[in-house]
Write a protein that binds this ligand. Structure first.
Ligand SMILES: [Zn+2]
Length: 254
């Protein structure tokens, strides 16, 4: 009897500490700000100083526009641009978000040049690099729970760092470019193939994403993006050429 009680007590304690640890993770800390900042430095990312610098980067293709689609929209975003790998993140997360809770995800901030720094942001903010995205905090409890759990699980994988902020209520998400790209490249519908094929990281700055529309084929997508069917298949670890509308693909460099 005492043994049974102890097991229950231990289980209860474990459940409480897990919940607390999870909440602390999304609460952010000076250590978390520093980890994110070191990721930006480690990836040699450029911190854009001005809006003009951001637009030059968009012309070069170093930053891409977050156009929105049926799964997400941008709201009051002065500079709706981000690193291509951050766009891959937004597209993939929005796909899953819409499927899980039935509403569009809302992006409230992306790249922010240093000259545009908001009053409450810290000097070590990585928004000027385009590696960070802000997401509106959902009011629907199902969506909120899903988003918290998903961001926490990605954070534990070591590919992003997320903080739940209160004013205004949003999630600040920093995407770690190379770890996240490798994570995406490892994901496939065929787990056997995924484990068998070694990851060859492509150039982070050159990767972009594309959401498959009805009538698309790998060949037509390859043609439009100046790449090949084999390159797209390999970047996405596809074992066959069948794709479905709504699916997000990583598009390798030209
Ligand atoms: Zn932010």
């Amino acid at each position: 009897m005492r043994l049974v009680f102890s097991i229950f007590a231990l289980a209860a304690i474990a459940a409480i500490s897990t919940t607390e640890a999870a909440a602390q993770t999304l609460r952010g800390s000076p250590a978390s700000v520093e980890r994110i900042y070191q990721q930006a430095l480690g990836h040699d990312l450029h911190f854009y100083e001005t809006g003009a610098g951001v637009y030059r980067a968009v012309e070069r293709g170093t930053l891409v526009r977050l156009d929105g689609n049926e799964n997400y929209r941008t709201h009051n975003v002065s500079y709706p641009f981000a690193l291509p790998i951050a766009e891959v993140f937004v597209n993939r997360l929005a796909d899953q978000y819409r499927a899980a809770c039935g509403e569009q995800m809302v992006v409230t901030s992306a790249v922010r040049p240093r000259s545009f720094r908001l009053a409450n942001s810290v000097s070590r903010s990585v928004h000027p690099t385009g590696m960070a995205i802000d997401l509106r905090r959902p009011t629907d409890p199902t969506c909120l729970r899903w988003l918290r759990q998903t961001l926490l699980s990605l954070e534990r994988t070591g590919v992003i760092e997320a903080v739940e902020e209160r004013r205004p209520p949003h999630f600040h998400v920093a995407i770690f470019p190379r770890p996240y790209l490798q994570y995406v490249q490892r994901r496939t519908d065929d787990p056997v193939l995924a484990s068998a094929v070694p990851v060859e990281p492509m150039e982070v700055s050159d990767a972009t994403s594309y959401q498959v529309r009805p009538g698309d084929t790998l060949w037509s997508i390859a043609q439009r993006n100046g790449t090949t069917v084999d390159a797209i298949k390999s970047a996405n670890r596809l074992s066959n050429p069948n794709i479905q509308a709504g699916q997000t693909l990583v598009i390798p460099a030209r």
